[in-house]
Design a protein around this ligand. Structure first.
Ligand code: CA
Ligand code: CA
Length: 488
């Protein structure tokens, strides 16, 4: 309730002090944190700051500073401009000495539309998209209610400009915090090992089985709950809206959330034509989804294949490498090995390296992989990874097709990457007794939608097949069909 109250006050003060037209309606739905505000727009004769538009390889935020010398009191306006992904529209935020005087404008061609945003710091975003299907674009804005070192609160605002009126539909950060709190629950039964089971929509998560809170400080007491109130991100990626947040831990005697050692969640947000929204499947990820390992002194990691795909969807190719590990055996001969946690090798993604010089041998010492997975002959390393491009966007696909000891586990995950986040686009899971398989047609049809002639099989380790290891090399790039056709 606290955040919601603050939000409502902030809206009023911004609107009054900004003098941003006539507020014709204010509808507040306290149960949902949705607030609709409507006000008139003005058309600016100033040209938009399109010359400030950054190229796609640069940060999409630029800052202009205007210093007025008219009065003795320093009167400095700092302007942040946030561009849409195609640079066609932007959001201009003017920061004044008195935060109550801050103003926000949508800049669309020659039109400047004042918009009653809650104006915190940083992390705004804007996209234009036809939400209601009337042929006219609405604006999706990730609004920043406030930010700091361990605090970031985004809300989602849908701005519809119609007949000279600007209608805002707002879902504030408290609205999303509440959804996360309600849909993510925990069981802390294994206190001996500080293990916490995560349940999403009542179902125990298969992949993030447990998380480890900070070593419990005796004064703090023990783990109390997850907390979603201080950091909530709304991201506009590829014209889609995503919710993401790290889990904060609170302790029984200390309710200030800790964000170290956290797991993150992401969920797609569907914006309906009537401007209602739905938060889709919530997916948790730990930092161990990324890669963290050290080779033994006798081991050597070599690249067998590399390619560039933009799996972070920021316009710059990301380096994807497939490696294998060799080691000196007891007689000093170089052998393929399974010493290193049974790993045969790795698939690793390094963000945004296309066009830059890098040195194979030194790469891991200079740049940390953004994402990675090991693979091995052993059943624990039994997995497959390919990279694919669908609708001009690159995705990583991981599958696990495993039959063993009478049980079968089939799964696939389609995702793209962001900092510490995995944005899950599609996936399915099947678990069955190998002797009595269910109809797997739907599973493979779903997977096949992501395979096309440009897809690259990075590697497939599968002990059920002979050969049990496939991977692309520079001279022989494999299509995933080479492997999956045998598994259908
Ligand atoms: Ca529309
Ligand atoms: Ca990229």
């Amino acid at each position: 309730m606290k955040h919601r109250l603050v939000s409502a006050v902030a809206i009023c003060s911004v609107c009054l002090l900004a003098g941003c037209g006539t507020q014709t309606t204010t509808v507040s739905d306290d149960t949902k944190g949705i607030i609709t505000v409507s006000n008139e727009i003005k058309t600016s004769k100033e040209s938009p700051a399109s010359s400030e538009s950054p190229s796609s390889t640069e940060s999409s935020v630029s800052t202009e500073t205007t210093v007025s010398t008219e009065s003795n009191v320093s009167n400095e306006t700092i302007t942040d401009i946030y561009y849409s992904s195609d640079n066609s529209v932007s959001l201009k935020i003017n920061y004044e000495n008195d935060a109550d005087d801050n103003t926000a404008f949508i800049v669309d061609g020659d039109t400047e539309i004042p918009v009653d945003l809650i104006i915190g710091r940083y992390a705004f975003a804007i996209e234009k998209k036809d939400i209601d299907g009337d042929g006219e674009g609405e604006y999706l804005i990730a609004e920043n209610e406030g930010g700091g070192s361990s605090c970031n609160m985004n809300g989602l605002v849908i701005v519809d400009v119609e007949g000279g009126e600007t209608n805002l539909t707002r879902y504030d950060s408290a609205y999303f915090s509440e959804i996360l709190s309600n849909r993510i629950t925990t069981k802390y039964d294994n206190k001996e090992f500080n293990e916490i089971d995560i349940y999403i929509d009542g179902e125990r998560d298969q992949y993030v089985r447990s998380v480890y809170p900070l070593p419990v400080n005796e004064e703090d007491g023990e783990f109390a709950s997850f907390c979603w109130t201080d950091i909530v991100y709304i991201q506009l990626i590829d014209g889609e809206v995503w919710l993401s947040a790290p889990a904060g831990f609170t302790h029984t005697n200390n309710r200030i959330p800790h964000y170290e050692e956290v797991f993150n969640v992401t969920a797609p947000i569907t914006v309906n034509p009537d401007k209602t929204i739905e938060v889709g499947a919530i997916r948790p990820y730990t930092s161990s989804s990324l890669i963290d390992y050290e080779l033994l002194p006798i081991e050597k990691e070599s690249e067998v294949y590399s390619c560039f795909f933009d799996v972070t969807h920021d316009g710059i190719g990301d380096l994807i490498r497939v490696t294998y590990i060799t080691a000196d055996d007891f007689d000093g001969n170089l052998t393929e090995n399974t010493f290193h946690n049974g790993a045969f090798g790795y698939v690793k993604v390094y963000s945004d390296l296309e066009g830059s010089d890098y040195f194979d041998e030194q790469l891991d010492k200079v740049v940390l992989p953004f994402w990675g997975t090991e693979y091995a002959y052993a059943h624990t390393g039994n997995r497959q990874v390919f990279v694919t491009t669908v609708d001009s966007k690159a995705y990583l696909v991981t599958t696990s097709l495993y039959d063993g000891q009478g049980s079968s586990y089939y799964s696939y995950e389609v995702f793209f990457l962001g900092p510490d986040m995995i944005y899950h686009k599609d996936g399915a899971r099947l678990e069955f007794e190998t002797e009595t398989p269910p109809d797997t047609t739907a599973f493979f049809e779903g997977l096949n939608k992501w395979i096309n002639e440009d897809s690259v099989l990075l590697m497939a380790a599968d002990i059920e097949l002979d050969p049990s290891m496939y991977y692309s090399t520079k001279g022989n790039v494999l299509n995933p069909e080479v492997y999956y056709s045998q598994r259908r």
